[in-house]
Design a protein around this ligand. Structure first.
Ligand code: PRP
Length: 182
């Protein structure tokens, strides 16, 4: 599998340091200020980042999960978002939600989810991403907590997949073009 990786873009150490930095930012903003600080991981890509982040946050975060799928990904014509697994709790109006993502690309998923959660009555909604690809934006969107900006390359690992593979890699790598142009 390692043979399919062209180069490592973000090392395990950089992921660790970035996660620590973001956890400290979240603690700075929420410590003692929230009854229900909820980290809302978006399946599946956010799972490794969520798992690391929750361990490093000291303000007793709670965990929820949602799954969405976007139509017409990579095309400009579509880009609507469909909810596959919805918010499950009843007390959303007591929840300060931080939506946790592995990557922001077009910005459509987080833009949609923020609006959706606010309309459902969330006390507050912020966003957090490990990686950001600002060059791919189709809608204006800035995360509240941002890890590392990456160039427009095919990145996999630490949650990010190609055809469901490579999610378990402990680092972020660039996939060799011959793997996805076969
Ligand atoms: C990825 C990522 C975000 C979304 C970002 O998920 O985890 O949810 O795409 O893209 P956007 O900014 O263009 O909306 P994906 O749909 O690949 O699902 P996965 O997490 O299950 O791999």
């Amino acid at each position: 599998m390692q043979n399919d990786i062209l180069k490592i873009l973000v090392t395990e150490k950089e992921i660790e340091e970035t996660t620590e930095r973001i956890a400290a930012e979240i603690d700075r903003d929420y410590a003692g200020k929230s009854e229900h600080l909820v980290l809302l991981g978006i399946l599946k890509g956010s799972v490794p980042f969520l798992a690391e982040l929750m361990k490093k946050i000291k303000s007793n975060p709670e965990i929820e999960l949602m799954k969405v799928s976007s139509y017409g990904k990579g095309t400009r014509s579509s880009g609507s978002v469909k909810i596959i697994l919805d918010w499950q709790r009843e007390n959303i109006e007591e929840c300060d939600i931080i939506v946790v993502e592995d990557i922001i690309d077009s910005g459509r998923t987080l833009s949609y989810l923020c609006e959706y959660l606010k309309q459902k009555g969330a006390k507050s909604v912020r966003t957090c991403t490990l990686l950001d690809k600002p060059s791919r934006r189709e809608v204006e969107f800035e995360p509240d907590y941002c890890g590392i900006q990456v160039p427009d390359e095919f990145v996999v690992g630490f949650g990010l997949d190609y055809d469901e593979m490579y999610r378990a890699l402990p680092y972020i790598g660039v996939l060799k073009p011959e793997v996805y142009t076969k």
